[in-house]
Design a protein around this ligand. Structure first.
Ligand SMILES: Cc1cc2nc3c(=O)[nH]c(=O)nc-3n(C[C@H](O)[C@H](O)[C@H](O)COP(=O)(O)O)c2cc1C
Length: 191
């Protein structure tokens, strides 16, 4: 239970996140993103992890500019990303504020690196969550330049990171607080 173990746990979380960005089968690849809506209710949905950077302490994901979650994040950038790896028996909760990138150098780079199949998700002329009617079938897909405008790249800057490791020898839980000046303070928590 010393400081070294706390640091090891912190580093391992970022390593696992980085692996999941590249490995579709890693348990952290799909995670739950929780936001707060205009009525103060929690909203949660599954997302794909697109980036994890321990230097900037950011977690990246992509979504549609027209989706409810984007509006929620514009109104209130507070979010929590929850990951669970069955093989690793590890749960991670990352809290922080989300920065939205649209029509800028960050979204341009993401668009240029995106597979055509992934780009197709942004070609629908309909806002995600809007009511679907029969006539919608006849509407054509948007051309790529218009589809690009629907892409939003989100960076969650982590200010608090909690992990829970399940083990028959005893569960372990740690809370890390990440200060904006780069400081890190960590302590064990009763699981
Ligand atoms: C496995 C899986 C991965 C998903 N990945 C994403 C994603 O990376 N980005 C996204 O916007 N929606 C993703 N979705 C869809 C969202 O869960 C959600 O249904 C959609 O984005 C609308 O969310 P909203 O109404 O809260 O804005 C994914 C769904 C599943 C089941």
């Amino acid at each position: 239970m010393d400081a070294l173990n706390l640091t090891d746990g912190y580093n391992r979380v970022w390593q696992e996140l980085a692996v999941a960005v590249k490995n579709r089968r890693h348990g952290f690849r799909a995670f739950t993103l929780a936001t707060v809506d205009a009525q103060g209710f929690p909203q949660a949905r599954t997302m794909v992890l697109r980036g994890a950077n321990p230097e900037s302490r950011t977690i990246r994901f992509h979504c549609d500019a027209r989706s409810p979650k984007t509006s929620e994040l514009r109104e209130n950038p507070a979010a929590c990303a929850v990951f669970y790896g069955t093989d690793e028996k590890l749960q991670v909760r990352a809290y922080g504020a989300v920065t939205i990138h649209r029509n800028d150098s960050v979204s341009e780079e993401a668009w240029s690196e995106m597979q055509p199949m992934s780009r197709d998700a942004y070609r629908t002329p309909f806002a995600p969550g809007s009511r679907r009617v029969e006539e919608d079938r006849d509407r054509e897909s948007l051309p790529p330049p218009d589809a690009y405008k629907n892409l939003v790249v989100c960076n969650l800057t982590v200010s608090r990171l909690e992990w829970l490791s399940l083990s028959s020898e005893g569960h372990e839980r740690v809370r890390h607080d990440l200060a904006s000046d780069g400081g890190l303070s960590s302590h064990w928590v009763h699981p």
